[in-house]
Design a protein around this ligand. Structure first.
Ligand code: CAA
Length: 425
């Protein structure tokens, strides 16, 4: 079988790129979007990329026009009926894909091949949504599709050799290098790439380094074209989160679990660059794209969560805590009452003896000039005064060495051994 006409479902970040490279290679290509607005947005991004190529001298204006001439936009699935290969590039949502693949199966000619650009869902499962599982396979492109050379071609146990061969040939014809692999969640690239991106978020979340330093570390230290946080923004926060969820569900390995920070950023509507033509809103702010902070937002998020959990604990007070609180309150009230009684007594004595209040206090403190802290203690705070002991005259506890004899003295006393000096080993 030879592929002559191609259909692409979805004209978002990936779909528009796939449609572009297909058309650029001379294949008549029909790209379908859900509505006219999303379609125009996707076709606009193709036009801009091609124009960028013309401006850079990578292609001529004529070949740009030829490419656009091979492209047809539509909002109807029926327009894909005569395609030999249809690449589904819709959002990573199993229910959505089930519906879409069912509709494609009914609309396409019987020998058409259906490929999915999913990066993590099971191709075998997607095949069960059609009546042609032997003609279903995975075709995983990379972002930005026109610039990235690789395509992972994924076959299931049911994919026919004929379908695989036809798709491999088409990939070569559009200028890509093929890596054939089996149907395992994440295939080859995401199995390695996703834990790396998630680990970078964890490093950022823990405050180990700033976002720029993390990205520079991997760019300059390992020669990667993009740092991991920039790459996560580039792939899209919601896409990364969704892929991580699917991979964690499959392998149950902690390295695939989305870090709390990523989850919160997605919940807060931060989707970053991955907001494609068919994206359902959200902000373009990410780790490094507009609005991302240079320092871990994780700190603020975690602090807020801790405060909230503390408040939650306060709300769920146990009965024994209440009793303890009541006892503490009674104690505080007693101390206060004692203080008030003392002040009143001092005032009375001052009035009776026509002595100054300061004088009365001085008498009570045994001639010593009253210090600020003494005001409410001696003599009416007898209980506390009595509890104060002269530690210097306390007899040594048998078996316990006094602190000084342990040799830990300050620099001033001659021996440079202490917590902040270098002799601590
Ligand atoms: N038309 C034609 N060529 C263009 C172009 C255009 N509109 N725009 C750029 N180019 C060319 C440039 O001229 C340049 O070509 P030369 O090397 O021949 O000079 C090349 O493309 C690179 O472009 P830039 O110099 O402008 O940009 P760059 O050097 O910063 O590279 C990049 C950009 C290719 C995206 C690079 O940063 C990169 O490789 N990043 C990593 C991307 C990545 O890892 N993608 C995979 C994501 S994972 C995924 O997608 C799968 C998943 O499921 C998660």
């Amino acid at each position: 079988m030879v592929i002559r006409k191609v259909g692409v479902v979805g004209c978002g970040l990936m779909g528009s790129g796939i449609a572009q490279v297909s058309a650029q290679a001379g294949f008549p290509t029909v790209v379908r979007e859900i509505n006219a607005g999303a379609l125009e947005k996707g076709l606009g991004s193709i036009r801009r990329f091609l124009q960028g190529g013309v401006d850079k001298g990578k292609m001529t204006a004529e070949s740009m026009q030829q490419t656009l001439g091979k492209l047809e936009g539509t909002t109807e699935i029926a327009k894909l009926a005569d395609c030999d290969l249809v690449v589904e590039a819709a959002t990573e949502n199993l229910d959505l894909k089930r519906e879409l693949l069912g509709a494609l199966d009914s609309a396409l000619k019987p020998d058409a091949i259906v490929a999915s650009n999913t990066s993590s869902l099971s191709i075998t499962e997607l095949g069960t949504f059609t009546k042609r599982p032997e003609r279903v396979l995975g075709l995983h492109f990379f972002n930005p599709v026109p610039l990235m050379k690789l395509v992972e071609v994924v076959r299931t146990v049911r994919t026919s050799d004929e379908a695989l061969e036809a798709v491999n040939q088409w990939c070569v014809a559009i200028g890509k290098t093929v890596v054939n692999c089996g149907d395992s969640t994440g295939f080859v690239v995401n199995r390695l790439l996703v834990p790396y991106m998630l680990d970078a978020i964890r490093v950022f979340e823990q405050g180990l380094a700033s976002r720029d330093d993390i990205d520079n570390a991997m760019k300059l230290g390992c020669g990667y074209p993009m740092g991991p946080l920039f790459l996560t923004d580039y792939v899209g926060l919601d896409t990364t989160y969704s892929i991580a969820g699917i991979m964690f569900e499959e392998f149950k390995e902690p390295r695939f679990a989305a870090p709390p920070l990523l989850k919160r950023m997605v919940l807060a509507g931060r989707r970053s660059r991955g907001v494609g033509a068919s994206g359902s809103g959200g902000s373009r702010a990410g780790f490094r794209f507009r609005g991302g902070g240079a320092h871990p937002p994780g700190m603020a998020v975690l602090r807020a969560l801790r405060l909230r959990s503390r408040a939650g604990r306060r709300r769920r007070i146990q009965p024994r805590d209440r009793a303890r609180d009541r006892r503490a309150a009674r104690r505080r009230a007693g101390i206060l009452a004692g203080r008030v009684r003392g002040i009143r007594a001092a005032r009375g004595a001052a009035r009776a003896g026509r002595r100054s209040l300061r004088r009365v206090r001085r008498d009570r403190t045994g001639g010593r000039r009253e210090r600020r802290g003494d005001r409410h203690r001696a003599p009416w705070g007898r209980r506390r005064a009595a509890s104060r002991r002269d530690h210097s005259s306390r007899p040594p506890v048998p078996g316990r060495r006094p602190a000084r004899s342990a040799g830990r003295r300050s620099r001033r006393s001659g021996e440079a051994v202490g917590m902040s000096t270098s002799c601590i080993t």
